[in-house]
Design a protein around this ligand. Sequence first.
Ligand SMILES: [Zn+2]
Length: 278
Amino acid sequence: MGVDGVGFVKALAKAHESTNPPLEGDYTEAGLLYCGQCHTAKRSRIDIGGEELIVPVWCECMIRADDEERHRNEMILTQMRSTELRGFSLMGQSLENCTFENADRDGDNRDSFVKCRRFAEKFGAMLSDGRGLLLFGDVGTGKTYSAACIANALLSQGRSVIMTSLVTLIESGTNDVLSRLNSIDLLILDDLGAERSTDYALERVYSIVDGRYRSNKPVIYTTNLSLEELKHPVDIRYQRIYDRVLERCYPVEFRGISRRKRGAWSGFEAMNRLLNED
Ligand SMILES: [Zn+2]
């Protein structure tokens, strides 16, 4: 290191000494300053160009305090981001408090509910594969509640989510909302199959479902229809809509009666594993 370099390091060490001064309780051992709290060194010897220089270094409690502050700042940023994202999510206030922690864990649909929790926990994998869920079953079995739990879990992680229904999107979706549907991390469409069956409405439904399908991002649908009704719709105009849904969404059944064991769904082996194991 040249003379200028040595001078520079000395100046730097001097400047840093003022931000790392000896505090009450600190002590000197073998010519170096030690922290009275954590008993690690606050000064270190370095050799520059054959000259020994004593420079300030952070003791363990300074490193820890810095980590904690960084962590606090990150938490605040995530909180600010999730508040903002929640404002854009279109979620009704009634669903704001649906969380996996608040839920009844011993209900009839415990297994299905656990799959939803795992979906949220492993969302990174779901997002990169564009895989979603199809929550199907009778009215009042907890499908919307479970979907809202996923939405809230992801929003608090700072993920972008929109939760609404196709009926709402078709009747009152603004261009602003419609243009965001394909860029957000997760789209939740509640009550598939409740749309009006006019050609116009079905064309709009297809355009929304297909747009998201092409963007290769996950969708969660809830529906009161049975799998059979989705696979073989009586009205053939629904076929191409439901085909898109069934191709990307893992079916999770919600029942009004005691749960029954079901076999693994074919075509979703990898996801089956992810959703059935912690
Ligand atoms: Zn210390």
